[in-house]
Design a protein around this ligand. Sequence first.
Ligand code: ADP
Ligand code: GLC
Length: 527
Amino acid sequence: MMNNKQSLNSRKRGRIVPFLDTPGSLLFLTSEISPFMKTGGLGDYSQALPPALLRAMEDGGEVRVFCPGFGGADKDPRLVRAGGPLKFETPWGEKTLRVLRSGKKGDAGDSQPSPVIDFLLVDDLFDRKGLYGESGQDYPDNFIRYFSWSLAVFAWMRETGFIPDVVHGNDWQTGMFFPLLRLRSMEDPSLSSIRTVFTIHNLAFKGLFPFELFSLTGFPDSWGGFDGLEYYGDLSMIKGGIVFSDYVTTVSPTYRNEVLSEPLGAGLSGALKYRGERFLGILNGIDNDIWNPSTDPMIEVPFSSAEHSGKDLDRKCLQGKGRFVLPDAPVIGCVTRMTPQKGIDLLLAGIEEWFSRKGSPFSFFLLGTGDPVLEKKARELESKYSGMVRAVIGFDEPLSHQIYAGSDFFIMPSRYEPCGLAQMYAMRYGSVPLVFPTGGLRDTVSDGVDGLWMSALSVEGVTDILDRALKIYRDKKAFLPLRRHAMEKNNSWEERTGEYLRLYKGLPSSVPGSGQDLLMARMALKM
Ligand code: ADP
Ligand code: GLC
């Protein structure tokens, strides 16, 4: 492992009290970042939040993003070599780090400042087809991959002399960074000024591994208990972030409250309750420039809430792609990971029930991938109701945009939803969201104002919301204001970065007994 005793003091230092009146530095750790690698909303969050923070930090703060490498990164023309080969120690022997960097300018070629994104490639651990696994199976060496990656973060910080004021990590893949930082700070005081935030995007993914691996980590035995990294006999990587960070956040206030009890706490409600006021819900935003129907290059015809004739043409294109036979029937869209979380089983059963009852007609366009059983069910529904149902199984970014643009409604019967970005994209593209009001869906969609809420999480709940939506669609006086309100709702990150900045400012010192820092933190919270 990296020599803990080797002080970072001689290198460039971040400021002790971050983001008060002066520029600060932030290191953002994430395992996904659009448009490079994405399995869901985390990729979009990581693409949009760091630049929004950079814009919000006046006077030139610094934001850097570290991610793992991804399949084919070496040949990606958007990336340039930034460093390495660099050797560093891991419990599995010496590994080699190489770093690729995304250019300063955003991919859209805009002139806005954007954070430097460094992709940390560790041996060949990340040059794979999938991010976490393939064909529904996790890679068996995920512990080695993400533990080694956290060690690589320290190696790269040391190499570049970058000691940020704040590290903000996300989900289980970055969880081991936090206990490692605690361990290294004990021997290297220059690291102890770093404040940390850990954001949970989905508690169902706890990063569980056999507990025997704990002995390889080098952590003190006392960190292996239920109040440390242990989770019902396993080792949980997400607990690294929950237990060892200064502040824990999740991505909507409602989900934050829901996970403080079971079942949505997924066995971690106790650990989260223990964090008390240091566990917050901060609602996600979206990037209004990337997700903009008047400039989106992935859709056929641009439109806006003021000029929405283009949307009719986008609907026609989508109807063509769906081979739909009912040109006047509304189109209901769904773009989703196909997992139990998303309630796709209920949705497919509800649609089947609706059509078998000969309910009023609509067309349904589904794009998704995930659970093979659900994928099969979706294909079966498509062949039974071809001309009305189209199920595209796969991950297709342009098609997802075309579905948001070409549909009249967008359905999300989620069993739980930490935030949900899809409903916010749908709203921006004038597709009225039909949601079960859980987590961020409750916080972003107002029933009867800019979307509709399901009254129950069941097959009947699905048929009821279809009934309600289709009736409203026929009454243009009711439907058009609903769509307009949805399109005009401002869910942009610009509205929400302030909450993260306030949090970064208010972080108390991780140096025990540093009363000065605590005082500054309290002052910052009052600002
Ligand atoms: P989650 O992160 O739980 O999957 P979100 O609603 O936060 O849910 O984000 C989902 C993101 O992934 C959206 O950008 C959505 O468009 C995208 N997405 C999901 N499935 C697909 C797919 N099969 N093809 C293209 N994009 C998809
Ligand atoms: C997770 C959640 C989703 C959230 C996204 C980004 O994947 O399932 O609800 O929007 O992360 O925070």
